[in-house]
Design a protein around this ligand. Structure first.
Ligand SMILES: C[S@@+](CC[C@H](N)C(=O)[O-])C[C@H]1O[C@@H](n2cnc3c(N)ncnc32)[C@H](O)[C@@H]1O
Length: 287
């Protein structure tokens, strides 16, 4: 009886409300406009690597050619839409790929200037340094510099094949290691490598975009080899969320002028091709 009463009460109300809330605007016709795009420089060099080439798309359609820092495009939106999504994938250095996006409304006849030289706060950049493994001897020096011991939880942000995390738990006795990488294929490789080294119970690997992680408080040590751009993006999150006394050790890359390392050291070691090479390592302690 109670259910019948409730239905009797709700039915007229839903009839009144539903049609208003569900009503959709009729689809708009496609809109055509001219975009003047100001683009950041890209350090691509097709000879060096075919993948390191800038790519420009609008609503998924490729407009990469001819390459330049100023492009004028005539764009027609899809039916029912007056906005387009511009995506520019570029290389500020040969080791970092940045994917910058912007949503633009096509209105009026005048050309619309779109500046993609700076990140749009409404559409944060995706920053993706390439995969280059740190030689084992350098990993050992990073672990020593971080003073890794049995009480440490060691994070490697951008962990590649997992070698830093694996060495930290296997050779330096860290309580736990966590590797994070945006590439799922590498995370699988990390898991296989941890099994081979029999440390899978203390080494965890997560497929994630580091830029979407807003809390690193689980870590007492953070190891990094991810380029200037990603370091600078990670800096505020590390400073805000790491506990006092936590250490950050970076292979090669710094954290900007406002957070100088407390110590930097240079070591010699063989690179991945066997050539004796200079390596710079830096450490910061959270105060
Ligand atoms: C230079 S490699 C370093 C690998 C490993 N840490 C080492 O030193 O051997 C950088 C790694 O960061 C990963 N990476 C790139 N962009 C990332 C992102 N936004 N979030 C998480 N990992 C990322 C890459 O896939 C790559 O494996």
């Amino acid at each position: 009886m109670r259910r019948v009463l409730a239905l009797a009460f709700l039915l007229p109300f839903s009839i009144l409300v539903a049609p208003v809330g569900c009503k959709k605007d009729p689809p708009k016709d496609p809109t055509t406009g001219n975009l003047v795009l100001l683009l950041p420089e890209s350090k691509h060099d097709p000879e060096y690597s075919k993948d390191c080439v800038s790519k420009l798309t609008v609503d998924g359609k490729d407009y990469s050619e001819p390459r330049g820092t100023k492009r004028t495009l005539q764009i027609t939106t899809t039916a029912g839409n007056d906005e387009v999504k511009i995506e520019f994938s570029f290389w500020p250095q040969v080791y970092t790929n940045i994917i910058r996006t912007k949503q633009i409304k096509i209105v009026g006849d005048k050309p619309i200037e779109v500046d993609l030289r700076k990140e749009d706060p409404a559409n944060p950049d995706l920053i993706k340094p390439i995969y280059v493994p740190t030689p084992a001897a350098v990993v050992a020096e990073m672990c020593k510099l971080a003073r890794i011991g049995k009480d440490d939880v060691v994070f490697d942000i951008g962990c590649g094949d997992g070698r830093l995390v694996i060495q930290a738990v296997k050779d330096f006795g860290a309580k736990k290691g966590v590797g994070i990488d945006i590439r799922e294929d590498l995370i699988k490789l990390c898991q296989e490598n941890a099994k081979k080294d029999k440390v899978q119970d203390r080494a965890e690997f997560r497929a994630a975009n580091a830029l979407e992680i807003k809390d690193f408080s689980e870590a007492s040590v953070v190891l990094l080899y991810v380029g200037d751009d990603l370091n600078l993006k990670l800096k505020p999150v590390l400073q805000k969320t790491l506990k006092k006394g936590s250490r950050v050790v970076s292979h090669r890359f710094l954290m900007g002028d406002d957070w100088p390392p407390e110590k930097s050291t240079t070591i010699m070691a063989k690179n991945n091709s066997g050539t004796e090479t200079e390596y710079n390592l830096h450490i910061w302690t959270i105060k």
